[in-house]
Design a protein around this ligand. Structure first.
Ligand SMILES: [Zn+2]
Length: 266
């Protein structure tokens, strides 16, 4: 391999004027051009609060400031890893912070930030435990409802709005026994009283009523419920539901009226 030995000629090199730090003006220190603020600074001076830049987001989150606290501050727009960012000097941010939290000594800043962080953490923990306990309550209500339904031979249906609202604590005024009662009625209507057909019939009747320019005097569902009970259950719900009788006697069921799938969300 051939080695090329190059000797740099120094004869033509013109010495550049030395970059001097704008702040300390110490010619011994190497200064660099700081792009964002467009001045020459040495490594020591660039750390000073008046040259140290913080992004807006960092300043707000670290120093517990809101937009209105910093709206009148001088800022620099410059590129960051995330695109264009707004920068403030640490000096300005610290001043704003001291004003906002009534601190007159710069040394107290760290303590105050620690105090604010502790408060923030405490609030977050409280929120978390509140969420947890809400979740626990839901689990408890679900179990209670599941057991209550199970006692009367029903399963907890995922498609039931009524059950869902109870579990989520949205129907505080409705007692569990009323929900169980209604769920029994629904099973009875749909599985023993041809509720789907009755709904269809009620819907047609209401359509006819509307076409004749009258307003129906009740909801389709209520009308269908009345129809189903009248036609298949002597106008009322039984005292003991057929599936409970079956369970109690362990006998073959009396032939129920044709089963229909409950597609209705209640
Ligand atoms: Zn300097």
């Amino acid at each position: 391999m051939e080695t090329i030995n190059k000797t740099k000629s120094k004869t033509n090199s013109k010495s550049k004027p030395k970059a001097v730090c704008c702040h300390c003006k110490d010619i011994e220190k190497k200064a660099k051009h700081r792009l964002k603020i467009n001045i020459l600074l040495c490594d020591d001076c660039k750390k000073l609060d008046k040259y140290n830049l913080l992004t807006k987001t960092y300043a707000k989150t670290t120093y517990f400031l809101e937009d209105e606290d910093i709206q009148n501050l001088n800022f620099i727009k410059a590129k960051s890893t995330y695109g264009m960012s707004t920068y403030f000097t640490l000096e300005d941010i610290k001043n704003i912070f001291c004003n906002k939290y009534a601190i007159d000594n710069n040394n107290e800043i760290e303590n105050k930030i620690k105090e604010l962080n502790d408060i923030k953490e405490k609030i977050q923990e409280e929120k978390k435990s509140k969420r947890m306990s809400k979740n626990d309550k839901n689990i408890m209500r679900r179990e209670k409802l599941f057991n209550a339904l199970h006692k009367v031979g029903l399963v907890l249906r995922d498609d039931s709005k009524l059950c869902e609202n109870y579990i989520n604590g949205e129907t505080k005024k409705i007692k569990i026994k009323d929900i169980v009662k209604r769920m029994c009625q629904m099973k009875y209507l749909f599985e023993y009283c041809h509720m789907d057909e009755c709904k269809q019939k009620a819907l047609e009747e209401q359509r006819e009523t509307l076409e004749a320019w009258y307003f129906p005097d009740c909801y389709v569902f209520d009308e269908a419920e009345r129809m189903a009970l009248n036609e298949y259950s002597y106008g009322e719900y039984p005292e003991i539901y057929p599936w409970i009788i079956q369970e109690q006697t362990h006998d073959k069921p009396n032939k129920p009226v044709k089963k229909s799938k409950n597609k209705n969300k209640i």
